[in-house]
Every structure is written in structure tokens, then in C-alpha cells.
Design a protein around this ligand. Structure first.
Ligand code: 13P
Ligand code: SF4
Length: 329
């Protein structure tokens, strides 16, 4: 790969993008320069909707693997290229259909000290057997085969709405226990929570909130539902990444403490130049989201490699779960 400077790199990406009839999608946590070159930057729900509706031959997905998988599930006729094959979501791997789940509890800057609710070798099929009448609501942060065995998907933007739409009194929410607890707090239905977590959000404590509020007494605290319930309970607003963008824009407040991955600060600051944004913790950085660089974008456009494709026997039932979510307005 030639060593190009940023403007030359960007020019080359834009030229190749035209030639390939490609669209670049970026999650809100991507590096600033990647967000800036993308045709569309958004949260998981917006990216799923865009992938389903956009007209193009190729989708270059700057995010993590479950997001590119969702794009391919929804648009099998398009070539979906994930910019970095190693970009995964450890939380998505904390539940499996049948094999061993990811029990990795140490991440840079974070050590899981809680306890698992279920035996460490428990699987999605085991929990379904335990609660046979409870539909499974799968957060989009799941693998395609887990989606295929679930009833409906949800994102951080629509979790409560999706659960409320289900015709059952009891639901199983996988894999994030924090999102599940937040949903439980906002619905009358009984929510059985799987015991996964996101190490970027689960590291935030009530003490972090107290400290940030002391440092920025005028600021409103906005938290992502992947944070722990005790953090969410004291936040001024709880919402998805794009929900945070909408909240910051429409609020009269001038300062905000942002309880999510620090990549979101780029858009918040760019779209609200008269307002101030502070990270709740400076180390809320998702290493997998940061794997993609402009060089990764150029590489996949040049080589057309890293295609993400889901086998039809998994894609069709997984699409059913995603479509059910997308039908909910
Ligand atoms: P959003 O859907 O809010 O963008 O969140 C996705 C994610 O991975 C959060 O960690
Ligand atoms: Fe997964 Fe957390 Fe990274 Fe989102 S921020 S991709 S949930 S590890």
C-alpha cells in the first residue's frame, strides 16, 4: 500500500468509491477522519435502515462485524465489505447458539468483577429451554446465527418499544444485561436478562458520574443504555448514540457530559459548535471500533476483499428478526 498523505488518501478513496458504485457507512464511534469520509454516519438502527434502503453495488462498512453482517443480511444482493476483519464486538460473542461463549473478562483498563447469572457453559438454546414461552429479543450486537434463533432484534434506540410490541408478558433479552435492566425498568413486562456486558460502558461507576458532575456542574449527563443501571438511574437522559446527537441539538443546555464511546464527541462538537461536550471517562474507547483507518477503507476498495456473507439458512431467519424490528416505527 503506497504511503499517501491524508488528502491524497481521501481523494483516492472518493475516486474508487465512484468507480465501484460504493457507499461508505460509518458507525458514530469510528475515527474522526473515517466518519468524515463516510456517506452516512449513524447509530446501529440508522445504519441497518440505510443498508436496507441504499442504492449501490458495494457497501464499505466501517464498524464491527455484527453491523456488516446485519447489512449483508438485509441486502444480500450487495457486496458488503468490512474494513477490518478483526473488528469484532466482544459483547456479541458473550452468547452463542450452542458452542462456548466468550468469557473474556479482562480488557485494557477494565476487569469484570461481577458474577454470571447463568452457568458459564450456558447457551441461547439452554435459556430458551428454561423459558419456553418467552420470546427472545436480540440486541443487534449479536452474531447472525444468534439472530436467526431469536424472535426479534432491537437496538439501544428502540429496545423498550420492541419489548412493548411483543404479545407476551415475559421476554428474554440478550446479550447485554445493562440494556435488559434498562428495558425492564421501562416496561411492565418481565425481562429475563442474559449476563453479557460491554466493557467500554460497564466500566463507568457512580463515582465517575459524581466526579464528572463536580468538574462540570452546569452540564447535563447523557448515558448510553449499555452503562450500568445505577449510572442510568442518575443520568439526565438515556439514549442511543444518535439519540444523544438529537438531544444535544434540541436541548437548551450548553454543556453535556457524554456517557458513551468517545468517538461520538466528534459529531457532537461538529454539529453543535456553540456547545461544550465532555467525556464521562476519557478511556471509554472501543479498540475494535478504532481498528479502521483511512488506509483500511482504501484497501478494501482497491482489493474488494473482506466480504461479509451470511449463509442463506441463517440469513433468512436472521432477516426475519431484523425485519420485525424495522417494521416497528
Ligand atoms: P448505538 O446503536 O447506540 O450506536 O450503539 C452501538 C454500540 O455498539 C454501542 O456500544
Ligand atoms: Fe461492542 Fe461495546 Fe465496542 Fe459497542 S462499544 S462495539 S458494544 S465492545
Amino acid at each position: 500500500m503506497p504511503d499517501l498523505n491524508t488528502p491524497a488518501l481521501m481523494e483516492k478513496i472518493l475516486r474508487l468509491k465512484e468507480q465501484r458504485n460504493a457507499i461508505i457507512l460509518s458507525h458514530n464511534y469510528q475515527r474522526e477522519e473515517v466518519q468524515d469520509i463516510a456517506d452516512f454516519t449513524g447509530d446501529s438502527l440508522e445504519l441497518s435502515r440505510t443498508a436496507a434502503g441504499v442504492k449501490c453495488d458495494v457497501i464499505v462498512f466501517c464498524g464491527v462485524n455484527f453491523m456488516a453482517e446485519s447489512a449483508s443480511i438485509l441486502s444480500p444482493e450487495k457486496k458488503v465489505l468490512l474494513t477490518e476483519t478483526g473488528a469484532c464486538c466482544p459483547m456479541a460473542d458473550m452468547i452463542t447458539v450452542s458452542g462456548p461463549r466468550n468469557l473474556m473478562t479482562f480488557f485494557p483498563g477494565y476487569k469484570f468483577t461481577g458474577e454470571y447469572t447463568f452457568p458459564v457453559d450456558f447457551t441461547l438454546r439452554d435459556i430458551k429451554k428454561l423459558y419456553p414461552d418467552a420470546p427472545v429479543v436480540a440486541y443487534v450486537n449479536t452474531t447472525a446465527d444468534v439472530k436467526a434463533e431469536s424472535d426479534v432484534c432491537c437496538t439501544s434506540a428502540n429496545g423498550v418499544k420492541v419489548v412493548e410490541s411483543i404479545d407476551a408478558d415475559k421476554v428474554i433479552c440478550i446479550p447485554d444485561r445493562n440494556l435488559a435492566r434498562w428495558i425492564a425498568k421501562n416496561t411492565k413486562k418481565e425481562v429475563i436478562a442474559w449476563d453479557g456486558f460491554c466493557h467500554v460502558h460497564d466500566r463507568v461507576t457512580v463515582e465517575d458520574v459524581v466526579k464528572a458532575r463536580q468538574e462540570h456542574p452546569q452540564a447535563l449527563l447523557v448515558a448510553h443504555p449499555e452503562c450500568r443501571i445505577e449510572v442510568l438511574e442518575i443520568a439526565d437522559h438515556v439514549t442511543s448514540t444518535s439519540g444523544m446527537l438529537r438531544f444535544a441539538k434540541s436541548s437548551d443546555a450548553k454543556e453535556f457530559i457524554i456517557g458513551t464511546e468517545t468517538g461520538l464527541l466528534h459529531r457532537l462538537r461538529k454539529e453543535n459548535p456553540d456547545k461544550k461536550f465532555y467525556p464521562l471517562r476519557k478511556d471509554m474507547v472501543c479498540p475494535n471500533m478504532k481498528k479502521t483507518t483511512l488506509n483500511s477503507v482504501l484497501r478494501v476498495l482497491e482489493t474488494m476483499t473482506n466480504e461479509v456473507k451470511v449463509p442463506e439458512e441463517i440469513r433468512i431467519p436472521a432477516k426475519r428478526a431484523l425485519d420485525r424490528m424495522l417494521e416497528i416505527k
